[in-house]
Design a protein around this ligand. Structure first.
Ligand SMILES: Cc1cc2nc3c(=O)[nH]c(=O)nc-3n(C[C@H](O)[C@H](O)[C@H](O)COP(=O)(O)OP(=O)(O)OC[C@H]3O[C@@H](n4cnc5c(N)ncnc54)[C@H](O)[C@@H]3O)c2cc1C
Length: 405
């Protein structure tokens, strides 16, 4: 396991500067426009593809090429410092890439992850489809079903996915579906739905509170047929997994302990990335309100000369640093398979709360201006609200070893 170091290496410093420059010169200037338009920011994603930030190579390097695990959080903090809605539009395909990398064979990864990005001349998108209208936090109760048709060696998928980033506009949809309902989470599998597959369509596009540039929609699967080779990991591995899960379920029933808890490892691994996004939003609001407080005069002096404002800024700075430390620690532990106490969830929860608190204080520091859409802090506050309390459940289960409900 590599040493944990707070001094970034030369590659990481260069990457940080590269993404920051892009965020400052291309992403931030488009933030207001794309939030108002509430549309996918194609021209900015095209710019990101031109410089290689939106690409298979970048994601492969960020996700797997760095033994410290810090590359991705560093990049995401800078990108989301620029703008969260545009940031998620650039990073959204990464969710599908992570779903393929987490469950697919090396051959499936090489075939499908590049198709989640395309090329600068032909940009493609990926979408990762888990949530459903009646199954969000509780992913064990997915209703989307995949049934194997042995005669044609095809899987037939039916169901509706909800709140899917890039849903319906993606070229590659990665869909998690139930293949054995009795086994709940352990009876689920992931499928690639290749571009242009009949039976997949976009349902409603959601109008959101924040991160509006990012496209979020329902995905409807109506007798959607995909070749057997689209089952991530392959049929043999799935059959083995189901057989093991049935044995465990039978044992659990005998002992009266109920259904076994599904592994949380794959979900946990992505949490530091989400935490880093929140740190980026918080830092944007902190820096903006610090500058403002030094400039803005009331009662004959800059407002920062009042302790109530200065202390607020001091706390904002401290909480952002603390959040970043948790995110980096979690990213490093995740990369090296060393989680003990749901450190991924800890980082995501703390960073998410920090972003909400910091952006709220930023609105207060900007006074009446802060509440208007002429200034970006109200937008950052709306963007920051995308955080989930369910993390507390994950952490409490990890530290206690108990199935806390
Ligand atoms: C902008 C956006 C983009 C998204 N992108 C994707 C995507 O690309 N792919 C995808 O699959 N999904 C995506 N989602 C869905 C997201 O993952 C779900 O919204 C999330 O899992 C919460 O599910 P829910 O909305 O059904 O809330 P619910 O599960 O109904 O929860 C409602 C509230 O109750 C809390 N809660 C629930 N259970 C418990 C418990 N046991 N203990 C304590 N509190 C609990 C939750 O934390 C939450 O605050 C996206 C959502 C949004 C808003």
């Amino acid at each position: 396991m590599p040493d944990f170091s707070l001094s970034l290496n030369e590659d990481q410093i260069q990457l940080q500067k590269w993404v920051h420059d892009f965020a400052e010169n291309v992403v931030r200037p488009g933030g207001e426009e794309w939030d108002e338009r509430e549309e996918f920011p194609w021209p900015i994603v095209e710019e990101a593809a031109k410089i290689g930030l939106y690409s298979f190579d970048f994601m492969a390097q960020a996700m797997m090429g760095d033994p410290t695990g810090l590359t991705l959080p560093i990049a995401l903090e800078e990108l989301f410092w620029g703008d969260a809605g545009i940031g998620l539009s650039i990073f959204g395909s990464g969710l599908a890439a992570a779903g393929i990398a987490g469950n697919g064979t090396p051959e499936q990864m090489l075939e499908w992850v590049p198709q989640c990005y395309g090329t600068p001349d032909n940009i493609q998108l990926g979408a990762f489809c888990v949530s459903e209208p009646d199954a969000g936090s509780d992913v064990s109760s997915l209703r989307t079903k995949a049934v194997y048709d042995e005669a044609s060696d095809e899987w037939v998928l039916n169901g509706t996915k909800a709140w899917i980033t890039n849903g319906g506009i993606a070229d590659v949809h990665v869909v998690v579906a139930s293949v054995d309902a009795e086994l709940k989470s352990r009876g689920q599998a992931s499928f690639i739905i290749p571009p242009g597959t009949p039976g997949l369509s976009q349902g409603q596009k959601y109008k959101k509170h924040g991160i509006k540039a990012s496209h979020t929609a329902e995905v409807v699967l109506d007798d959607c047929r995909v070749p057997g080779s689209c089952l991530l990991g392959g049929k043999e591995k799935l059959d083995e997994k189901l057989a093991r899960a049935h044995e465990a379920l039978t044992a659990a029933k005998k002992e009266g302990t109920g259904s076994p808890q599904p592994a949380m490892a794959t979900f946990e691994a992505t949490r530091p990335a989400v935490g880093a996004m929140a740190v980026g939003i918080a830092r944007a609001a902190y820096e903006y309100s610090l500058d403002y407080a030094k400039e803005r005069k009331a009662f004959g002096k800059p407002i920062i000369m009042n302790q109530s404002i200065a202390f607020m800024l001091a706390n904002m700075c401290m909480e952002i640093d603390a959040a970043r430390l948790l995110v980096w620690r979690a990213a490093w532990l995740a990369r090296n398979g060393q989680y003990k106490n749901a450190e991924g969830s800890q980082s995501k929860l703390y960073a998410g709360r920090t972003a909400v608190r910091v952006t709220e204080r930023a609105i207060q520091i900007l006074g009446g201006y802060g509440y208007t859409r002429e200034y970006p802090v109200e937008r950052w506050h709306r963007d920051a609200k995308i955080s989930e309390q369910i993390q507390e459940l994950v952490i409490s289960r990890a530290i206690s070893g108990l199935r806390i409900e």
